[in-house]
Design a protein around this ligand. Sequence first.
Ligand code: MG
Length: 653
Amino acid sequence: MMKRFCFMVPAIALLMLTACIRPVDGPDVDPAWMQQASTEKLADITYQINVYSFADSDGDGWGDIRGITRHLDYIESLGATGLWLSPIHEAGSYHGYDVIDYNSVSNKLGTETDLRELIDKAKAKNISIYLDFVLNHSGKLNNWFQDASSNPSSPYRDYYVISSNPEADVAARKVDNFAGAYSPGMGSWHIMNQDGLGYKGRLHFLLDWNNKTVTVTETTEAAQPSNPSATRWIYYGSGVLAGLYETGTGIYEITVDFDSDWGFLIRTSTSQWDGGHKWGGQQGQGVTFGSPYKINNSTAADIVFSSESLWYFASFDSSMPDLNYGPYAKASESPAFKALGEAASKWIDMGIAGLRLDAVAWIYQNQTAANVSFLKQWYDYCNTAWKAAGGSGDFYMVGEAWVDTAEKMAPYYGGLPSNFNFYYWYTLKDRINRGKGDDFAQTAIYFQNLFRRYRPDFIDAIKLSNHDEDRAANDLGRIKEKEKLAAAVLLTSAGKPFIYQGEELGYWGSKSQGDEYVRAPIKWTVDGSVPTNALNGKADFGMLTGSISVEYQENDSDSVLNVYRAFAKARNAWKALAKGSAAAVSSPSSSVALWTRTCEEQVVLVAHNFGTSEQSVPLADYTLDKCIVSNGSVTVSDGTLILGPRASAVYLQ
Ligand code: MG
């Protein structure tokens, strides 16, 4: 016998082939609890925004802060109590991760007044604003780096990872940023300043092949033409080859009017570079006029003229020099830490309620213990600033410790209250694509047990994709029912869910086309344009059609957007779904994921069918007469839950 349908019209529900979302409005929702959930931010759903592409308020084709303020109702409709903004500071690139000034708001995105307005209006809706703060590196155009590059006595040289002899310094374990490691794991050294590398004037070269040295001297002797019968050459400038004259056994010489801004190399072939034909020096070791300089054909770095030439280290590309915080145990005493701390304090004083920290595994080069020590110091600093500014509770901070495995990430909870759980999404997409649900809950709980070992009050920042990954829809084969299932799972899982701009509309996009394609603007209306100037026009207009727009999906009961809204609303309405602890329930079907969420006296049963065929799940030990929210075909018969393909349902116990 049918005990209860989750649909308004049971007879029709049985025959329904398309997905259906049951709204949570109605007698099931306790209005008092909804108010409490909102006030206490129990739902803690956070929405991730690319400020440059979310919404454009002034028609310049760039998304901006006022664009966000205008759409706070939309963000509220997704149940979000937090907003993570992509970096808002003046930066060298559209995405903002190469910061020029940590104390500024990029004029492309708005003003400090705009930010204050956003903070205030969001606060009125119980929405907190989190800034993306980039601690691992600054932009190359940052005044700190510009001064450090050009001024030998610059105080900002302490802010960066600089060496005149990287190989020797790394080998001697002198580079604090590597925290005692020899290999950085990622990143490379770059010439800090082109000045002083080259030389212009008449020079005499003496190559001693017996000892593999070259001696360079300034001279007023007459310059010589290149020796057409040479077997050794000086290579410099824009491809100049000067053939040397053999003047003794293994001794080669020439005088030339030298002009090269990068130094020189020695070649034993005019046509080949490899096979040991290129001879050069050691990185960062310049020649001294009149002194023999040792050459080699292994490292074979450009031989430069300044013994003062400097190199800087960058984990990512050369436009983003890594910041230096000195020995990790005393990082908070470093000038860079203090400067960034002052900047963070400014924003916290303004009302920013949290930070998302970029690339925290690379602050010290993939050195977990050093990074954790640093992050603890940084968190304590910001939390103190938060409390001094009158903030209630603790400051929120979430780290991007994007390392291979959850086991390697878990120790980061020793430094931060919250970290992104990339492994949650890896697991979820794998299980959805395989139609296997029965071990999902155990796996998600396994991750949380790992994190708990390092911080009992961990905040598991669960997510699908983000701005650095292929879109969730791509990973799910752009199958709409899979996207809805992923949304329903995310919003019924334990943890703090993050929804990435566009995911709620079923956006697709792959990084293989360029990062811009996973950072597309929101298509607000069926006919309206989208701001793509920040993305240099790189947007998939085949995707950004009227039917993917917010306007269209709001009016489409079958839309991805309405699944997000329904499940977010349910999460906000039921404390067990918002913050309850999770326990796996043994599943009789390999396709079906089952778990409970418990908060105080309230318990809910969560069920998702990851498979493509209908599944009947006997659940005699559970109550199936009060459905909080569902998606897809869901029916109940004699203690058996019948879940259609990729259907989801939550029952109050
Ligand atoms: Mg604009």
